[in-house]
Design a protein around this ligand. Structure first.
Ligand code: ATP
Ligand code: MG
Length: 453
């Protein structure tokens, strides 16, 4: 679709730029598929208002990339030479956010347009607007620049395409159009330095490779495994959002596989990474969770972060739980203690906000309660607010091959049955509750398994 591009090069020297101004390739309206009429109304308003006020304003990033690829953009990002303060003055519905990377959110109903001031680079080491850690990580990146500099500060070439509402042309300073055509993900600049500046770019590399089914350019791919440990430097609170983006884009399975391939997963979920080495069922369970997540997203059904994190952390939790039980701790306190220990470790990597960790732990606790179905318990359980999530979770474990002794299948039947049949299903359990067993039962005589009743 990028065939027949008439391109021409303009090389300008810009005194402010540290590097020579990059070559500009311009794609005229007739040569690309983006039409003004199909752009987001809010984004158009932002662009027009900024331009009428004398500022430059472009659509940039994922919305341009995705539209050229014929996909629906997830959101619309605007790049401008107006400072965040100038942007907030122009829009009533605007809010400045971020300290490390200051941007403005302009809200239109439920949609948010992200407005980012062109980033530049300062030569002044002492400049407070740009701060770097000893390892080269950008702790603050609020030095303003021009569009050419801004293009070089972006992550991948395919994310550095700018659309100008006036001439309706696409501006490409980094070779992004060629890379789109060749389905290549290429980091702008020196990959080692760029990953060091912001290790989250390693996660973004994997996310876009999975989402777009693009190959990683050799130099972009090479440092990943070696530099994976840089992820430890990223603030755990920021990691929570980034990890959600990884798994909620409809390509969770492919993303999960790439994260493992490049050794990144170990720095996100270390306990699960360790569990996979000895427990293939645990790996299958997480893969199944990824498959289900993708399916739900493609069907437009909701996916809750609590459920997703419950699954990603389950292998590590199960291991601690089993160890505790082997040491004689009863099932319910063992689950509590395992949860505490795991989250204490996990929070050093990814902070899971309480509003998600509470329901996540409820899902785990209910794994012990779901097998208890005798008497009136099954009906009471059906009314438990978290029942559905816990049942889905049990189903996942069962599909993966965990020894749940058919409890999930029983619950499936129970939910679909008439009242009479439900009585029969309960009666079929016999007098003693069905004993469940965990996936890896190393010492069956001593340990009560995860789903023990
Ligand atoms: P999508 O919104 O579909 O996930 P996107 O490319 O638009 O993809 P955003 O997170 O919305 O991603 O970011 C918008 C743009 O900002 C990107 O396209 C990229 O140009 C730039 N960007 C985002 N994060 C980084 C980063 N960590 N380093 C450099 N540039 C970045
Ligand atoms: Mg975006």
């Amino acid at each position: 679709m990028i065939k027949g591009i008439t391109s021409y090069l303009k090389t300008r020297m810009n005194k402010k730029a540290l590097v020579k101004t990059p070559q500009l390739r311009l794609l005229a309206r007739s040569e690309h598929p983006i039409s003004r009429s199909e752009l987001h109304e809010g984004a158009l308003k932002v662009l027009y208002r900024l331009q009428k006020s004398g500022f430059q304003a472009y659509l940039v990033g994922g919305c341009i990339r995705d539209r050229i690829l014929g996909k629906n953009p997830k959101d619309f990002d605007v790049a401008t030479d107006a400072t965040p303060e100038e942007v907030t003055e122009l829009f009533r519905n605007a809010r400045m956010i971020g300290r490390r990377f200051r941007i403005v959110h302009v809200r239109f109903g439920r949609e948010i347009i992200e407005v980012t001031t062109f980033r530049g680079k300062t030569q002044e080491v002492a400049d407070k607007r740009l701060r770097q850690s000893e390892e080269g990580m950008l702790l603050r990146d609020n030095v303003w620049g021009c569009i050419e500099e801004d293009a070089l500060r972006r992550d991948f070439t395919i994310n550095a395409l700018y659309y100008n509402i006036n001439d309706q042309a696409i501006y490409d300073y980094t070779g992004g159009l060629d890379d789109l055509k060749n389905q290549t993900l290429r980091l702008i600049g020196d990959p080692v330095t760029r990953y060091r500046e912001d290790p989250v770019r390693m996660l973004r590399a994997v996310r876009f490779a999975a989402k777009l089914n693009f190959k990683l350019e050799t130099n972009t791919e090479a440092p990943l495994s070696e530099q994976a440990n840089l992820l430890l430097q990223v603030a755990p609170a920021r990691m929570f959002d980034e990890v959600l983006k990884l798994f909620l884009a409809g390509h969770a399975l492919a993303t999960f596989q790439l994260l493992r391939q490049y050794g990144l997963f170990a720095f996100l979920f270390p306990a699960s990474h360790e569990a996979f080495k000895t427990n293939p069922t645990a790996l299958k369970m997480v893969e199944q969770a990824m498959i289900n997540t993708d399916l739900r997203i493609h069907e437009g059904r909701p996916v809750t972060p609590a459920f997703l994190y419950a699954a990603l952390l389950w292998p590590g939790l199960e291991q601690i739980f089993n160890d505790l039980q082997n040491n004689g701790v009863p099932a319910f306190p063992a689950m509590q203690q395992a949860g505490n220990r795991l989250l204490q470790r996990q929070n050093q990597h990814i902070t899971i906000p309480k509003r998600f960790s509470f329901p996540m732990r409820e899902i785990w606790d209910l794994q012990l309660k779901l097998p208890q179905r005798n008497g009136k318990k099954a009906w009471v359980m059906l009314q438990t607010p978290r029942f559905r999530a816990a049942y889905d979770f049990l189903l996942l474990r069962e599909i993966a091959g965990e020894a749940t002794e058919g409890a999930a299948a029983w619950w499936t039947a129970f939910q679909e049955a008439s009242e009479e049949e439900q009585h029969k299903l309960i009666a079929s359990l016999g007098r003693s509750p069905v004993k469940k067993s965990g996936s890896k039962r190393r010492n069956p005589r001593r340990r009560k398994p995860v789903s023990a009743s």
